[in-house]
Write a protein that binds this ligand. Structure first.
Ligand SMILES: [Zn+2]
Length: 183
């Protein structure tokens, strides 16, 4: 019998909050950050720290760190990989400004970068402003939720990827406490 263990990423409360905060701070341009923590078993990771990249040139679909990879050094925690956000794109339809929703699915260029770099994991977060809250559909491979900064409601989805050696989605876990803030 062949048994394939799936990859799992547990995100502790503080880095989870940090990921949401940095995506909201950048909002309409891409945020990027480095993830630190430890590998507890084969393909099993715990994220204990996130460092949002401060010096970067950002656009809606890319962010270029201006300090190279200087922020990626292992200190109290091991370097695990990086995170970035996908933001809605604006488009003009019949003279009306419209938005195309952002998704956390990995793009072809994300895949190429991830396969090339040393990162063990990659988190992608998509943040969308919404007027209507819909029922959240939970999956082991995606964390979806709402944040409500400054009385505006944003829906986000977060997906984690690892290499096996192909790129696969990891099961994502957060605490019940973290989940209570995003439902
Ligand atoms: Zn991307």
């Amino acid at each position: 019998m062949s048994f394939k263990k799936v990859g799992r990423i547990y995100i502790q409360d503080k880095p989870f909050e940090g990921i949401l905060r940095s995506a909201y701070e950048c909002l309409n341009v891409e945020c990027m950050g480095f993830l630190f923590g430890k590998s507890i078993a084969d393909k099993n990771f715990v994220i204990q720290q996130v460092h949002p990249i401060q010096l970067a040139r950002r656009t809606a679909c890319s962010s270029q760190p201006l300090s190279g990879v200087r922020a990626g050094w292992s200190f109290m925690h091991d370097y695990l990989g990086s995170m970035h956000s996908h933001v809605p794109s604006r488009c003009q339809i019949d003279k009306v400004q419209d938005y195309i929703r952002a998704y956390a699915d990995i793009s072809p260029s994300d895949k190429a970068d991830f396969l090339e770099d040393e990162n063990s994991i990659e988190l992608i977060l998509a943040l969308n402003f919404v007027r209507v809250r819909r029922k959240l559909i939970n999956s082991p491979y995606k964390i979806a939720g709402y944040i409500k900064p400054e009385n505006r409601t944003y829906r986000f989805e977060l997906i984690g990827y690892y290499k096996d050696p192909r790129i696969r989605r990891a099961q994502l876990e957060i605490s019940d406490r973290a989940r209570s803030f995003i439902s």
